[in-house]
Each structure stands twice: as structure tokens, then as C-alpha cells.
Design a protein around this ligand. Structure first.
Ligand code: MN
Ligand code: MN
Length: 308
């Protein structure tokens, strides 16, 4: 159940209209890394989690709801930045605040030209936010990722928060309005907070690597293919031990020869310290554990989502 509170989560303010920045800010309203995408991603992910991990359901729904609050803040800011913009820019808006701001014919022409980058925004929206990105591409559910595996979803969310954060960081460079900057800094900071919440939640699920249930095959898991010529570049991604599984990286400097010699990775290539029998055993154990976990969490007979 949703309940709308009339006050914004953050006191969004705007010093003066700025339709160009309003257009840029649309990116966080209806764009690929925007607030609606974040809200709906966590909201959709939450359903599959409710019975098995009720604590993570709570987390996902709280953050989803906060993202809706951010969507509201972004929409309100766009609206305030568009103060005085009407559909008919040349005529009806001639005496508006926005036209007063744009002194002289050249800046008016410039404004109209800029508006044409995303003409729908100004001409069809009537001067309100639209569910598009800053180029006018309509919002799509293809932005939302939900895989039904909590360790996968939490990692997607850490990536989503990283992208949302950097978009706010870039947006901060395109406005000088101190009030708008305050709002953007608040929104950016909350994404950093969410990043850590998802990271902490992931750490409570053990084991959480590799994502899903099946273990990776020790025959291929530690190989680094040097697939370019020139100088060999080495780093912790191809020398020493792998970070999650602690296997020693094998650096294959001549992958063409390696593939031919091993008949397409089917014979005579090295393996890691992991025993294939142990891998089989772990696959069976973890499958059973996950299956039992889900089965145990599902109530028998009639289903009811909430307790009253
Ligand atoms: Mn947000
Ligand atoms: Mn967030």
C-alpha cells in the first residue's frame, strides 16, 4: 500500500528558470540510470524475495520507495526550472518570465534551437517533466533488470547506483544554481548510501560467489587469455591469486597455440587446485540448500501476503 506525503523528502528549490538544465535533468527522470528505473528495478526485484528473504524485501521496498521520492524531487525541480515555458514559445511565452530572462533576439533563437534537440519536451509536454531521457527517448522497462537471484540482483543494483551517482556528478557541472546544486548533491549522496546498503546486504548471503547455484569448472576458471599482441600487461587480474576463489591465475601468452594444443580446451590443459568431485558435491549441496530454503519459506495451502 502506498501513501503519499505532500512534503518532499528534500526541500528542492530553484533560484531562476533554466530550461536547458531542465532538459539535461530529464536524464534522471526518464533516463536509463534515472530515478524511475531505480524505483521500479528494486520494486520488481522485491516480489521474488518476500518469502525467502523477508529482511531483503524490506530493504528493497524501502529503497524503491526512496527512489520514488527522488523521482518526485527531480520532477519538481524540472517543473520549477521550466517556470514560464509554454507550448507556443514564439507567441504565448513572449511575455513570460523565461522570455524576460532571455534578453534579446539571439538568445531567444538560441533557446528555441536548444529546445529543438528534444522538441517534444517543450512543445508537447506543455512545460512539465516527461518520461523520456534528455534526448527525448521514451522510458522503457528494458532499463530494469531483475533476475530472481538475490546475489545477481544486488550486484546489478550496486552497478545501477554507481551509474546514477556519476550522472548526478556530471549534472552538477552544468548548473550554477546553488539551490539546484544542493538538491543534486543530496540525490548523489543518497545513491552512494544505497550502494553501500546493497553491498552490505550481499555480504549477509553466504555463499554469494559465484552468483547463482552452480560452481564454475576448474578446467577453465583461472585462465587469462592474452588476446592482443605487443607488450604483456600484468596485474592482479592475471597474476597471483583470483580475488574470490583464490585460484592462481594462469597467463596464456599464446592463446592460438594453447587452443590448438588442447584441441579446443578438451584435453591436456592444466587445472586449478579445485577437485572436480568437490565441485559436483558442492553443486548438489547448494542446489538442495537453495531448494529447501525456498520450499520452507512457502506456506502450505492458502497464500496470504501480509499479516494484519
Ligand atoms: Mn535515487
Ligand atoms: Mn539509489
Amino acid at each position: 500500500m502506498f501513501y503519499h506525503v505532500k512534503e518532499l523528502q528534500f526541500n528542492a528549490r530553484v533560484s531562476k528558470p533554466d530550461p536547458a538544465f531542465a532538459t539535461l535533468l530529464l536524464e534522471q527522470f526518464g533516463g536509463a540510470n534515472g530515478e524511475l528505473k531505480a524505483a521500479l528495478q528494486y520494486f520488481v526485484q522485491a516480489f521474488a524475495v518476500k518469502q525467502v528473504h523477508p529482511d531483503k524485501y524490506d530493504l528493497l521496498m524501502d529503497i524503491a520507495t526512496e527512489e520514488f521520492s527522488h523521482l518526485e524531487i527531480v520532477g519538481a525541480t524540472i517543473q520549477m526550472l521550466l517556470k514560464g515555458v509554454h507550448g507556443d514559445l514564439k507567441n504565448a511565452a513572449e511575455e513570460s518570465e523565461i522570455m524576460e530572462l532571455l534578453k534579446g533576439k539571439a538568445s531567444k533563437e538560441g533557446f528555441i534551437h536548444n529546445a529543438m534537440v528534444n522538441p517534444q519536451f517543450f512543445n508537447l509536454s506543455g512545460g512539465g517533466p516527461t518520461l523520456t531521457d534528455s534526448n527525448g527517448n521514451p522510458w522503457t522497462s528494458a532499463y530494469v533488470t531483475a533476475n530472481g537471484d538475490l546475489t545477481v540482483d544486488l550486484r546489478s543494483n550496486i552497478a545501477a547506483e554507481s551509474r546514477a551517482k556519476i550522472v548526478y556528478e556530471y549534472l552538477l557541472q552544468h548548473t550554477n544554481d546553488p539551490h539546484v546544486k544542493d538538491t543534486l548533491r543530496f540525490l548523489m549522496t543518497r545513491e552512494v548510501a544505497h550502494f553501500q546498503m546493497f553491498q552490505a546486504a550481499l555480504a549477509t548471503i553466504e555463499p554469494n560467489f559465484p552468483p547463482g547455484v552452480l560452481q564454475s569448472d576448474p578446467k577453465y576458471s583461472n585462465k587469462y587469455f592474452n588476446l592482443s599482441n605487443g607488450e604483456d600487461v600484468r596485474g592482479p587480474w592475471n597474476e597471483g591469486k583470483s580475488p574470490e576463489m583464490g585460484e592462481t591465475w594462469e597467463y596464456i601468452s599464446d592463446p592460438i597455440e594453447h587452443v590448438r594444443k588442447t584441441k579446443g580446451m578438451t584435453e591436456g590443459h592444466g587445472k586449478t587446485s579445485r577437485d572436480p568431485k568437490e565441485v559436483d558435491k558442492k553443486n548438489k549441496e547448494l542446489s538442495k540448500k537453495k531448494y529447501d530454503e525456498i520450499k520452507k519459506a512457502m506456506p502450505k495451502g492458502e497464500a496470504q501476503w501480509s499479516k494484519y
